[in-house]
Each structure stands twice: as structure tokens, then as C-alpha cells.
Write a protein that binds this ligand. Structure first.
Ligand code: FAD
Length: 354
């Protein structure tokens, strides 16, 4: 079996950007994607999320960004990605869910069930959507109501007439409260006091937030999401929930879950019908475990003080959409950096064989 220059795993924003740049550099590669159709995580976002609701989806390299209109994000972005894959003839193979990547005699063997691809380098672009994070609280399994994670969010109508507890201090929790508080009874709990920003989200503020995540990745710590360090903002769609007091009535985390609700350490109790866990996601990198890339601190350390995309532990591996590049803008830039990293690696290898 021939050995490819690179295998890109994942065809979201990060994987498509990497593939575009690899193609431009003339590097033979395939892109393996677990989904049936284009769109990355955007295919799976809830129906009520429109292109106006998202904070902005960056353009793919060499293209214009998709319009900020009333279209559903889970339709508009997949259509945008599909057209892009076709226009640039990107070598995407799907559905292929990669189970593991092994290092065999200095060749990276990418395995998905019975199938395998052999490559000199890999670009991992698997995002976080397939790895939802659900914290554990005592009594969780005794709750008689409904527990949903962001990944299951069925849209606001589902919650009509129910008392909903939203858990989490990120942008998703803020958006859920914005949609739910005007139509039903809500409560909000977060582990930490939310940090609000009322200034415009400037490029400088964005860069400062990304720098915080880079510092963690440079130390090999598990990354936080970029969105989690930018601070929270209320958009016009959330003003009605604010007026109703949905954000001001925030409480700290409860201590335990009981069959009908949640109880705090001071003994106080709230009855709820639904617990909506807006508690985020973690990088979907389990298939890379055989390569032993994690540092003692639990994350994958990246080069250039966390600003690069090359894994410190193995420079044949590029990570895009990971840590500081886990946003559509970041994923875009990381794709270019990863393609260059692959090129450097292949050139160095060629020099060795001469
Ligand atoms: P994804 O889009 O998740 O793509 C990963 C791809 O990898 C998927 O197609 C998946 O099928 C595939 N895959 C996963 N595992 C495997 C495997 N083992 N084998 C093969 N394929 C695999 N960012 C912004 O910049 N602006 C926003 O407004 C914004 N809004 C957001 C709203 C929500 C609700 C969330 C959760 C995130 C939001 N983000 C936003 C973050 C942004 O969506 C992501 O950072 C960005 O889209 C990530 O792209 P990606 O290519 O890294 O991952």
C-alpha cells in the first residue's frame, strides 16, 4: 500500500482549510470524515440556531464568508462547506470514523474498522462536538425529570410548560436562557461568577482571549475553549430574558440532585422538570492515544509557545481546531500552519534519505 504525504482526520472548518493548503502545496493526502455529508459540527446544531444567532462563521481560505441571514446554521454552513469541497476538489472520503492511529516502523497507520491508510504525517481536525462533557453530581441518576446536554438541544418549544434549570457559564447557556426565559420558567446555575463584557468584541479582545488559551497549550495543559475566555455578551435576542431577570437570578452550583430537583449546600431546594447541561465539550482525540502525545499535565503541548499546530511529542502530528484554534477563524489559520508543518516534515525526511 502506498504511503501518503498526509492524512487529515475530520472535514470541518479546520480539516477543509488544511486540505486546501495541502493541495496548494502539492502534498498528496486524503481527508477522512466520520459524517455522512459535509458540514462538520455545524450539521448537528439545533434548528433554531440561525446564521444571525452565531457569533460569526469565518470564511474558508480563498472564499467569502457565508451570509449572516435568517437561514438555519445547520443548513447554510453545510451547504457552504459542500460547495467548497466540490469547487476545490478536496479529497474527502466519508463516512470514515477513525478508531486509532498507530506508529508502525515510523509510518503512521490510520485505522477505521477494517480499513487503513498509511501516511508520513497526520493533521488531526476532529473538533469537540463528538465529545460532550457532562460533569457528575451526586444523585444525578435518581432524577425523575429530563436531562439534556447542549448536543441534544431540541429547540425552545420542547420546554414549554416545564421548569428548566440551565447549567453552565458559557455562550450556549446564555443563548438557551435567551430563548427559554421568555416562554417558560428558567433557573440558571454556574460554577463561577459569569464575566460579562458590554464593549464591542474587538479584534484585540479576541487576540487576548486566544493568547490565554495558547499559554495553557504551551504548558501542555488541557485547553479551555476560546469562547469560554472571551467573556459573555448579551445580544438583542437575549434582552427580553435579561428584562425578565433570567441572568440576574443566577445561583452558584447546587450540591446534589434529587428525584424532583436540586439542593444547595445551605439546604435550599428548587423543583425542576429539566436539567439542561450547557457544560461544553472536550477535544475528540481518543483515537490518538496510541501515539502518546499527552504531556504529564494532561493536554497535548503544541510548538511555538502554543501558537503553532505541531505536537511537541511528535512533529509528524499537526493539531488544528485544537485549543487556541478552536474557533472558525482560528481553525482557518491553523489549516495553513499545519500544511506548512507537514511540508517541513516531508522536506526534512527527504533530506535524510539523500
Ligand atoms: P468540527 O466542525 O467539529 O469538525 C470535526 C469533523 O471531524 C466532523 O465532521 C466530525 O465528523 C469529524 N470527526 C470527529 N471525530 C472523527 C474521527 N474519529 N474520525 C473521522 N472524523 C471525525 N466558532 C466561531 O468562530 N463562531 C461561532 O459563532 C461559533 N458558534 C459555536 C456555537 C456552538 C453551539 C458551538 C458548540 C461552537 C461554536 N463555535 C463557534 C466553535 C466552532 O464551531 C468550532 O470551533 C469550529 O467550527 C470547529 O471546526 P473544526 O473543524 O475544528 O471541528
Amino acid at each position: 500500500m502506498s504511503i501518503l504525504g498526509s492524512v487529515v482526520i475530520g472535514a470541518g472548518q479546520a480539516g477543509l482549510s488544511a486540505s486546501y493548503h495541502l493541495s496548494r502545496l502539492g502534498i498528496g493526502h486524503v481527508v477522512l470524515d466520520a459524517d455522512d455529508e459535509p458540514g462538520g459540527a455545524w450539521r448537528h446544531r439545533w434548528d433554531a440556531l440561525t446564521m444571525r444567532d452565531v457569533h460569526g462563521v469565518a470564511e474558508l481560505p480563498g472564499d467569502a464568508p457565508p451570509p449572516r441571514d435568517a437561514q438555519r446554521a445547520n443548513v447554510a454552513v453545510p451547504a457552504y462547506f459542500a460547495a467548497y469541497e466540490k469547487a476545490h476538489r478536496l479529497p474527502v472520503v466519508r463516512p470514515v470514523r477513525v478508531d486509532r492511529v498507530d506508529d508502525e516502523d515510523r509510518v503512521l497507520v490510520v485505522r477505521a474498522g477494517e480499513r487503513e491508510w498509511r501516511a508520513k504525517t497526520i493533521v488531526n481536525a476532529t473538533g469537540t462536538w463528538t465529545h460532550p462533557f457532562l460533569p457528575h453530581y451526586p444523585g444525578m441518576e435518581t432524577f425523575l425529570g429530563e436531562q439534556l446536554h447542549t448536543i441534544d438541544y431540541p429547540g425552545p418549544e420542547h420546554f414549554l410548560g416545564k421548569r428548566v434549570l440551565v447549567v453552565g457559564g458559557g455562550a450556549s447557556a446564555v443563548q438557551f436562557l435567551g430563548a427559554l426565559a421568555p416562554i417558560t420558567d428558567t433557573l440558571w446555575v454556574t460554577r463561577r461568577e459569569p464575566v460579562w463584557r458590554d464593549d464591542d468584541f474587538t479584534p484585540e479582545a479576541g487576540a487576548a482571549a486566544v493568547a490565554l488559551v495558547e499559554q495553557r497549550v504551551a504548558r501542555g495543559l488541557p485547553p479551555q475553549s476560546v469562547v469560554s475566555v472571551t467573556g459573555l455578551m448579551l445580544r438583542p435576542q437575549e434582552r427580553e430574558a435579561e428584562r425578565l431577570g433570567a441572568y440576574a437570578a443566577r445561583r452558584p452550583m447546587f450540591e446534589r440532585i434529587e428525584p424532583d430537583g436540586v439542593r444547595w449546600a445551605d439546604g435550599s431546594f428548587e423543583r425542576v422538570d429539566v436539567i439542561l447541561w450547557a457544560t461544553g465539550f472536550r477535544p475528540a482525540i481518543g483515537h490518538l492515544a496510541p501515539l502518546h502525545l499527552r504531556s504529564a499535565a494532561g493536554g497535548i503541548q503544541l510548538d511555538r509557545g502554543g501558537r503553532g499546530t505541531t505536537a511537541f511529542a511528535d512533529p509528524r502530528v499537526q493539531l488544528v481546531g485544537y485549543g487556541p484554534s478552536a474557533s472558525t477563524i482560528g481553525a482557518n489559520r491553523a489549516g495553513r500552519s499545519a500544511a506548512k508543518g507537514v511540508q517541513r516534515m516531508l522536506t526534512a525526511e527527504l533530506a535524510k534519505t539523500r
